[in-house]
Design a protein around this ligand. Structure first.
Ligand code: ADQ
Length: 736
């Protein structure tokens, strides 16, 4: 039996022992006295009866002075159980007759030896006193019986005490177990125990209170989520300091934050244009953690130490970058194959069939294991906070969980999560889901993606899902699923290039007239981005509004991406061909309708384009969030410009003032373009101002901050649960 309930029951048993002990002390003498008096009364009655039975012959023998007859009468009467002897005293006080057993100490004055009692019965004849009969009774048996009675009564009290104590301990034990499990369930926001038993009724009032408290915490969390306080790198840093003070933080992503490349004049450091890097870097700078990523740069190996580590940022080292090397087979199978030919089309409903090959899957499993091993090797504590990024590492959370069960593993899934039917075509769907349920916290961009994930898990795994609390309980572990809409870092100062200057610069660089209307598309060259549909919308616009030919162009900047894959090569060919066709169709001496740049632009070049454009066109067929839309808004400190945004982006859930379109509906795209080109400045300003407020407040630091805040909360909750668990087994150990 656990010591804790026993210790608890002592609090019941000791008072019980005291009550039973005091009762025994008071009751025992009372009962003893009463029984003694009963016995004496009994002796008296029996003596009177004996005296009455011999009275007649006794008077006769006294009158006749018949000594023999008298002797025989007294001997016969003395046969009675408790009557030891009899004697007869005459009126002068002389002992005249006696049975043989009459002790010598007995005389007519009432003397009697101990443990004996002498009672007297007067005898008279016709009112003449003849003397008195002495009855000598044994009182020793009263003491013996009284002792026996005391003994049995004490035994009854002791038995009573033991039985009640055992009952109390037993009840306390089961109640304790019930309470502990109810408390644990409650902390997991569950209403029934893992065995399916409901919360014990006696615990319900407390459950109500605790539930109310947790509910309040949820409300506070939501209020915090929606409160428009501005999040800055400093605020993120102080949050880390307050909420995760001293905790070890490890980040895992496929892409590294700093890439060392072999340049013409030596090694150069490049930072990838990635929202992920922007979001996670302040966290790493603040907590001096370790970032584990694929070393993909041509000079990456030359810049690490013997443990494959390099301190970054190179100018002012603040944290460690641990590089993991992949062979070309591994990269082919894990990254290009399973991640980008399998999972990417599986999660994006863009009508490109996913390709699943067993060989790719095997590489995906092996590479996930290699990164998980790196996490375990880099972890200096048994409960680090591990931030896992994206769909390349669906299996890693469980792999880490198995080795570091106390770790807080947070994963953010940067792409959409499809409905259960779509996800179900993956041959390794159960393995992927089990891997993801190794997370403590799993984040998606939108509540809709969270809902899809919960439904998928519900369809394919035996789990318990609390929809209200958005938790999944699987193999005794809990995963919280929450939406965290990602964003960008709001530009720190707004003293960048003047918008008019940018307009001029861009138009000059493209040989366009000063008043030429420009729509802008910025994407990785990916089939999910709807670049073809965008071109078709431009085609339709010019068809409907030929007056715009030579006065309007779409500048499409497309960063080459995953270009070793057939699907992406085909897309590039298709995009180039379509641009060419449209440019042919609306050929004019001023400007082609589509200006296609398949190349990487640096941050400053992109900023110039965003500021110079009249319209930003985001036509993704499916997109987790889409950061381009937010970057465009952040760049427009002149509060002008129109954002046309696909309804199938996560961003459309936040940016309601954009012109929202269905990119598959080409006509609608064309109409939106025309509406944007003719939108009055006042309306542009009103829409842009509102969107700028939202993007400024709901920035990338808030994204990281809310996730880390939730992780800190779950960590605290986990510690409390652990404490309860520990106390239920080792109550004497005081966990800190
Ligand atoms: P992506 O699919 O890459 O990201 P997106 O969110 O638009 O999509 O981010 C693209 C980034 O690349 C932007 O920062 C953009 O500036 C940059 N970029 C695009 N074209 C470029 C070019 N030619 N030159 C230089 N930079 C260019 C995935 C998901 C998204 C999700 C993000 C973040 O698919 O839905 O918003 O992750 O979670």
């Amino acid at each position: 039996m656990p010591i804790r309930p026993f210790q608890l029951s002592l609090r019941f048993i000791l008072p019980l022992a005291l009550v039973i002990g005091i009762s025994a002390l008071i009751l025992l003498p009372m009962i003893d006295d009463l029984t003694q008096r009963w016995f004496l009364r009994d002796l008296d009655t029996r003596g009177q009866m004996v005296a009455a039975s011999i009275r007649e012959p006794l008077i006769d023998y006294v009158m006749l002075q018949d000594v023999d007859a008298m002797q025989e009468l007294l001997e016969r009467a003395a046969i009675d159980g408790h009557l030891l002897a009899l004697g007869f005293c005459d009126v002068a006080g002389n002992l005249r007759y006696r049975s043989r057993a009459l002790p010598h100490q007995v005389n007519c004055l009432g003397a009697a030896p101990s443990a004996m009692r002498v009672s007297e019965v007067s005898l008279a004849q016709d009112e003449n006193s003849l003397g008195k009969l002495l009855l000598v009774q044994d009182t020793g048996f009263i003491q013996r019986r009284s002792d026996e009675f005391r003994f049995y009564l004490s035994a009854v009290f002791l038995l009573m005490f033991l039985v009640i104590s055992a009952l109390v301990v037993w009840i306390a034990h089961w109640s304790w177990l019930g309470w502990v499990s109810a408390l644990k369930n409650l902390l997991r926001l569950e209403t029934t125990s893992p065995t399916g038993r409901a919360t014990p009724p006696e615990f319900r009032p407390l459950v109500g209170d605790l539930r109310a408290m947790l509910h309040q915490m949820q409300i506070e969390r939501r209020v915090q989520q929606h409160s428009p306080q501005s999040w800055t790198p400093q605020k993120l840093r102080s949050l880390l300091h307050d909420e995760l003070a001293g905790d070890e933080v490890l980040v895992v992503s496929n892409r590294e934050p700093y890439i060392h490349e072999q340049g013409e004049h030596g090694i150069v450091v490049r930072r990838p244009a990635s929202g992920l890097v922007t979001a996670v870097e302040p966290v790493m700078r603040a907590c001096s953690g370790t970032w584990i990523a694929h070393g993909s740069g041509s000079a990456d190996r030359a810049t690490v130490d013997a443990h494959d580590r390099v301190q970054v940022p190179p100018a002012r080292p603040a944290y460690t970058l641990r590089r993991v090397w992949l062979s070309s087979e591994e990269e082919q199978g894990y990254y290009y194959g399973f991640s980008n030919e399998g999972l990417w089309p599986l999660c994006h409903i863009a009508h490109v069939r996913p390709v699943f090959r067993t060989a790719d899957w095997e590489q995906y499993v092996a590479v996930n294991q290699r990164f998980a091993d790196a996490v375990i090797a880099e972890a200096n504590t048994d409960d680090p906070v591990v931030l896992v990024q994206d769909y390349h590492f669906a299996l890693l959370p469980r792999m880490v969980r198995e080795r570091l069960p106390k770790a807080t593993i947070i994963m953010f899934w940067h792409i959409p999560w499809p409905n259960p039917e779509s996800f179900g075509i993956c041959p390794w769907r159960e393995e992927l889901l089990e891997g993801l349920l190794g997370n403590t916290l799993l984040g998606f961009h939108t509540p809709f993606h969270c809902k899809n994930f919960l439904e998928t898990v519900d369809r394919y795994l035996e789990t318990r899902i609390e929809h209200e609390a958005s938790t999944i309980s699987y193999s005794g572990e809990l995963t919280q699923v929450e939406p965290y809409p990602i964003s960008i870092a709001w530009p720190e100062s707004e003293t960048g290039l003047d918008v008019l200057q940018c307009r001029k610069e861009l138009r000059e660089s493209l040989n366009l007239p000063e008043d030429h209307r420009v729509a802008l598309g910025v994407d990785r060259l990916d089939y999910t981005k709807g670049i073809v549909e965008r071109f078709q919308a431009v085609d339709r616009l010019l068809e409907l509004r030929p007056e715009l030919i030579g006065r309007f162009s779409l500048l499409q900047i497309a960063a080459p991406s995953r270009s070793s894959l057939d699907e992406y090569q085909n897309l590039e060919a298709r995009v180039r061909k379509l641009a060419h066709e449209i440019n042919q169709r609306y050929a004019n001496p001023v400007a082609p309708p589509i200006i296609l740049r398949i190349e990487y632009y640096d941050a400053d070049q992109l900023a110039t384009c965003y500021r110079a454009a009249d319209i930003c066109l985001v036509t993704s067929l499916h997109d987790g969030m889409n950061l381009v839309a937010k970057e465009f808004i952040a760049a427009r400190d002149d509060e002008l410009g129109v954002l046309i945004l696909s309804q199938f982006t996560g961003a459309a859930r936040e940016l309601h003032e954009a012109l929202i379109i269905n990119p598959y509906h080409i006509e609608q795209g064309a109409q939106a373009l025309y509406r944007a080109l003719t939108m009055p400045a006042a309306e542009q300003r009103e829409r842009m101002r509102s969107m700028r407020t939202l993007v400024r407040d709901f920035n990338v630091y808030r994204w990281a901050g809310l996730m880390l805040l939730d992780a800190a909360r779950l960590r605290r909750r986990h510690r409390v649960t652990e404490k309860i668990h520990l106390h239920s087994r080792h109550p004497l150990r005081r966990a800190v």
